[in-house]
Design a protein around this ligand. Structure first.
Ligand code: IPM
Ligand code: MN
Length: 355
């Protein structure tokens, strides 16, 4: 008998629960059709719980989540909670403590009419960002001197360990090999200014590259990467970069693939529990309005299925999403799709069942 997958569901804040609801609707449909056996357990982590209890994550959470095969996350971020508390207390804490050391963000254009760059063929925007997800500027290393005075100094340090950099770069090379597109990895850094951190990245990159003679290599500074992503996105296949640069360039990536409504990502621990999410955030102003595009969350579900080995079901979800994007929607933006949030979910379900 097929394995029963245990999936933890965290709807989270704002529109998170709405888009996750559509994802779960799609999961039910695809599981029925392809014989995927699963169970879900819902967790109420997020801003409302924090405001009620004063704790972002209960101490038991990380241990419990380790018992799942995957985590499906909506969004974290609440307008009544000071910026940083929920992000650090939930999202970053889970990424760190579950050692999800890769943030995998595909940038794929499903229909050229949604690309703001104009006149791009779909195949011109088809790359994957492998973002380091547990180190860099995100570690919270640093502090204040003379805080609150005019002599104040704030220090925020970027942590780059050999182990952290090596496993991330190795994942990127494996990714390029497996995806079998251009078979090329571009290191995105800033070797001309961040001469310590990216010296390590460059040295490890060159060393790992030797083990993959079939994979081509390239380098671009992060500022130039932004330029090329707009001017010649077809140059990229797999981009590997640190946490902060990866955060920034994947928002740009989301835009050239049609917007936050379609951009999905995975926080991956290849040896442990991975967590999948739409990368757009909680979009509080659209909460409960049936306006938010659920396709990013549904694509994140496809990534989740892939990661737990349900490749056929994942492909079916992706195919249905692509068809809905190409044949049904007016726009990928919230409130402009021509359909409500749940109608878009229904369209994806229909595409899976009728296929
Ligand atoms: C993302 C988000 C997070 C990040 C925030 C919410 C902490 O922007 O997943 O890209 O910076 O990683
Ligand atoms: Mn971000």
């Amino acid at each position: 008998m097929a394995k029963k997958h245990k999936i933890a569901v965290v709807g989270g804040d704002g529109t998170g629960p709405e888009v996750v609801r559509e994802g779960l609707k799609v999961l039910e449909a695809v599981a029925g059709k392809y014989g995927v056996d699963y169970e879900t357990v819902e967790y109420d982590f997020g801003g409302d719980r924090y405001l009620r209890t004063g704790e972002a994550l209960p101490d038991s959470a990380v241990g419990e989540l380790k018992g799942f095969d995957a985590i499906y996350l909506g969004a974290i971020g609440h307008p009544d909670v000071k910026p940083g508390i929920l992000e650090q207390g939930i999202l970053l804490r889970l990424r760190f403590e579950l050692d999800q050391y890769i943030n995998l963000r595909p940038v794929v254009l499903y229909d050229k009419k949604y690309c703001p760059l104009g006149l791009r063929e779909e195949q011109n925007v088809n790359f994957t960002v492998v973002r380091e997800n547990t180190e860099g500027l995100y570690c919270g290393a640093g502090g204040f001197l003379r805080k609150g005075t005019k002599d104040e100094v704030a220090i925020q340090e970027s942590i780059n360990s050999y182990k952290g950099v090596e496993r991330c770069i190795r994942y990127a090379f494996e990714c390029a090999k497996k995806l079998n597109r251009q078979k090329k990895v571009t290191l995105c850094g800033k070797t001309n200014v961040l001469t310590y951190a990216f010296s390590l990245w460059q040295r490890v990159f060159d060393q790992v590259a030797k083990e993959y003679p079939e994979v081509k290599t390239d380098y671009a500074h992060v500022d130039a990467t932004c330029m090329w992503m707009v001017k010649n996105p077809e140059w990229f296949d797999v981009i590997v970069t640190d946490n902060m640069f990866g955060d920034i360039i994947t928002d740009l990536g989301a835009m050239i693939q049609g917007g936050m409504g379609i951009a999905a990502g995975g926080n991956i621990n290849p040896q442990g529990v991975s967590m999948f999410e739409p990368i757009g955030g909680s979009a509080p102003k659209y909460t409960g309005q049936e306006k938010i595009n659920p396709l990013a969350a549904i694509s994140a579900l496809a990534m989740l299925l892939n990661q737990i080995g349900e490749v056929e079901a994942a492909q079916a979800v992706d195919n249905s999403v692509i068809k809905v994007v190409r044949e049904k929607l007016n726009s990928l933006g919230a409130g402009r799709m021509g359909y409500s949030t749940s109608e878009v979910g229904d369209l994806v379900v229909k595409g899976i069942i009728n296929n």
